[in-house]
Each structure stands twice: as C-alpha cells, then as structure tokens.
Write a protein that binds this ligand. Structure first.
Ligand code: SIN
Length: 478
C-alpha cells in the first residue's frame, strides 16, 4: 500500500493517540488493517474548542486564500489517488477501480467548492425608505460537525468539508468506525496543503453516541451535516433542536428504476447494473426496486439476469473484480433476511439468492422476479447486490409504485418518449431523477432528497448555501 498508514486522530493540528484503540477490519477477509484511537466526549470537546478558536482566523482569510489551500489539497489527493484507493479498498472492501473512481469524485468536491467559495455573493435590495440602503452579506455559519458513513469513505467527507471550509467554516469530523483511515489520510494531505491547525479536526471513535451527543449538544457547533440512516438522522435532528443548529441530512433511499416498454433495453440494462451494483448495492441512491412494464418484462429480466450473472465477485484488490464484500456481518444478515422474506412470499431468484463461498461477507449478485408491494424489500433499503423486479402495466401504476415509500432520494427511469420523460419526472416524489441514466452524482449538481430522505443539498451551488448565513444590513440616516 506504499506510505505508512496514518492511524492517529487529528485535533488542533496534532496527531492524537488514546489509551484505547479499536481495530479497523478488512471486510474481505476480517484481517486488521490498523487500530485507531477510540475517543470520547472529552476529546470531542477539545476538537470543538480547536475548531471554535480557529474560526476567526480561517474565516478572516480572503476567499481566494482559502481557495488556494483547497486547490493544493485537491492536487495532493489526485496525486495520491492510487494509494488512497488501495487504503479505501482495504478498509471498506470497494473494488480498486471503483475506489479510485471515488477518490477522483471526492477530490472534485474540493476543487468545485474552492471555486464556488469565491462566489458567495450577497445582494443589494431596492430600498423602501429614501434615507436607507439595504444589503445582505453571506457569512460562514461557524463550527460545523460532520458525521459521515462508511460506504463512501472519502467523497462523503469532501462533499461536506469542501463547501464548509470554502465558506470559511471550521469542522469537527467523526468518520465511521469501519473506515476512519481514508479520513485520516485525507486530513494528512490537508495539512500538507496548508490547512491551519484547528480548521479540520478528526475524532475517531467506536462509540458514536457520546461523540454524537457532544457534537449535537455543544452551542459552539452551529451546524450538523450528517450522511447515514434515516433512523439516526431523526435522532440527531432531535438532539440538535436543543441548540437550534442548522442541519443537513442525507439519509436513506428506496430508489425506483422504471423501465418503460419504449425504452432502449440495452441502455436500461446498463443503467440498472450501474445503479444497482455500484459499491455492491451499498449506496443510498442504488436502485432498490426495478419496475418493469409488462410488455417487456420477460425480455428485460432475461437481459438483466445475464448481465448480473456475469459480474465478477471477489476481494476488491483482485484484478477485474466488480463486486466486493459487504461491509460487515450485519449487512450480510440483513440482505439474507430480505431475500428469504421475498422468496417466502413468492419471489423467485433468477440468479444468485445466496451467500458465496469466498469469505463471510460475500453475497451473490441477485435478480429476484415477481416482487410485490407486500415484501419487505419493496419498502426497506436493501444495501446489498439484490435487484428486485416488479411488474407494472401503465404510467399511473408505475408512478404509484415508485412513490409508495416514505423515502424520496433518487429515482430513475428509461423511456424514448420526451413527453413521458417530462411528465414522469414531474410526478416522481424524489430529490433527484435520472432519465435514461443509472448514475447521477457529480460535484456540480445538487444531491439530496425529499420526504424522509433528508434535508438540504450537497454539491452544486446549493452545497455552499448550506454553510452560509445571510446577514441583512440596513444603512440608515442617508
Ligand atoms: C450515498 O450513497 O449516500 C452517496 C452516493 C453518491 O454520492 O453517489
């Protein structure tokens, strides 16, 4: 893997150890990759204090000075992409090519927001009184707490840190227990790029609750940005209410991918494979239900099954592997349970449908036919390589099935009819819609959901807004 793995936490510009450490495991084989400090509320308090103290200096820089540091960070991440990808594969299981793709994706947020940070414009407002002048300015919200997930060990950090730091905020980051090493490696490059002490602090922990509680309760923290499950997001939102923090929540999804009879089927199969099997199905925007019009159901099912059965599964560092292990034993247990429930209620596995003999955490890429609304996997986020097929007859039924969920993150559909494309897009209750494409994430567009999939947007011009306050100024006595 090249350079030594950075395995201390990072607070106030110092690499910090602790009396106890916890192991980071390789999900492909259970080996220990490294052990990192198991920090708690006291260290979280120190990290908040550091971020709070560093705030005025960082926000006092010119936007272009912050941009220069962020651009340098971007360059270092890209320069180290192979090493970072190998680290990500070791701790998260993601196939190497996909991990490298994530590093480039992650870096793109740093660069985009370095640029966008220079465009945090206020407004002049036509006055209502002759002796007054009205303007607004934009200012950083202050100390930001970020809590990020294991499924994108780099990109979910930079999608928050990029805009927060560009806006002039400072940050305390709690990376996930499963994949803290990528976070620490990113921080190390941030230091090399010139991030001053206290601007970015990383609290590694296996005890989410005391650290999360400290972040939510502290009045010095003015904003929480969280990516993770809807259940945890709701809990954090309640805790942040005590100090009326601003919150951004990127939560669970239950994405429909609709294939209309007039679709280009090759494109639809390609899109379904890309959406469903990215990161072994462990993304919030993965197709969770594939809705297929009755006229083409059998043909589409056959083509999807062939493409799914051809996917290569194995440890992420093995050449050509497309599907790695699931993150942990709980993930395998959940996927197995959901498939068993579907089968018990009439679903049929066209391929896969079982664990693989490659290690404890490998599940076969699976296509399930005859899935209906009353099965658990119609409603629950699968977070695994299972593609459930649901048959529908017309547009109304497709929309009704698609919207029949409390989630509203991403939805996809395939059609050649422009009219239908507009109308279906407007009727889908989702924050993001992919038309004739199974992948929609990028740094320049707003990522986020409606309903119980979250609040706020990341990426795009909207991503910067999340970290800015608007101050209105009335110049009187003119
Ligand atoms: C996620 O699964 O939460 C993020 C997916 C993405 O950025 O595309």
């Amino acid at each position: 893997m090249g350079a030594a793995i950075r395995s201390e936490a990072f607070i106030n510009g110092q690499w910090i150890d602790a009396a106890t450490r916890f192991d980071v495991q390789n999900p492909a084989n259970g080996d220990t990759v490294a052990a990192v400090p198991d920090l708690g509320a006291a260290e979280t308090d120190a990290a908040i204090a550091a971020a709070h103290t560093a705030g005025p200096g960082w926000s006092g820089l010119l936007a272009q000075e912050r941009a220069r540091i962020l651009e340098a960070w971007y360059g270092l991440i890209i320069g180290e992409a192979d090493r970072l990808a190998a680290l990500m594969t070791a701790e998260g299981g993601k196939p190497l090519a996909e991990a490298k793709g994530e590093i480039v994706y992650a870096a793109s947020f740093i660069k985009w927001f370095a640029e966008e940070g220079r465009r945090a414009y206020g407004r002049t407002i036509p006055t209502t009184v002759a002796t007054r002048r009205y303007v607004t300015i934009r200012q950083p919200v202050g100390v930001v707490a970020a809590i990020t997930p294991w499924n994108f060990p780099a990109a979910m950090i930079t999608r928050k840190a990029g805009p927060a730091l560009a806006a002039g905020c400072t940050m305390v980051l709690k990376p996930p227990q499963q994949t803290p090493l990528t976070a620490l490696a990113l921080a190390e490059l941030g230091v090399e790029a010139g991030l001053p002490a206290g601007v970015l602090n990383i609290v590694t922990t296996s005890k989410s609750r005391p650290v999360g509680d400290a972040l939510c309760a502290d009045p010095r923290v003015r904003k929480l940005s969280f990516t993770g499950s809807t259940a945890v997001g709701k809990m954090l939102a309640e805790k942040c209410a005590g100090t009326v923090k601003r919150i951004s929540l990127e939560l669970g999804g239950n994405a429909p991918l609709i294939v209309f009879a007039d679709a280009d089927l090759d494109l639809a199969v390609k899109g379904a494979i890309a959406s469903k099997f990215r990161n072994a199905g462990q993304t919030c925007v993965c197709a969770n239900r594939i809705l297929v019009q009755a006229d083409i159901y059998d043909e589409f099912a056959k083509r999807l099954t062939d493409a799914t059965a051809a996917l290569k599964v194995g440890p992420g560092d093995e050449a050509g592997v497309q599907i790695g292990p699931l993150i942990d034993d709980a993930a395998i247990a959940k996927v197995s349970e959901l498939v068993a429930d579907a089968r018990a209620n009439g679903a049929k596995a066209l391929t896969g449908g079982a664990k693989l003999d490659l290690g404890a955490r490998f599940y076969a890429p699976t296509v399930l036919a005859n899935v209906t609304r009353d099965m658990r996997l119609f409603r629950e986020e699968i977070f695994g390589p299972v593609a459930p097929l649901v048959k529908f007859n017309d547009d109304d039924e497709a929309v009704s099935l698609a919207n029949d969920t409390e989630y509203g993150l991403a939805g996809y559909f395939f059609t050649r009819d422009v009219n239908r494309a507009w109308k279906i897009t407007e009727r889908l209750d989702y924050g993001m819609v992919g038309v004739n494409d199974g992948i929609l994430s990028n740094e320049v567009s707003p990522f986020g959901g409606v309903k119980e999939s979250g609040l706020g947007r990341e990426g795009g011009v909207e991503g910067l807004e999340e970290f800015l306050e608007t101050k209105f100024i009335n110049f009187g006595g003119m």
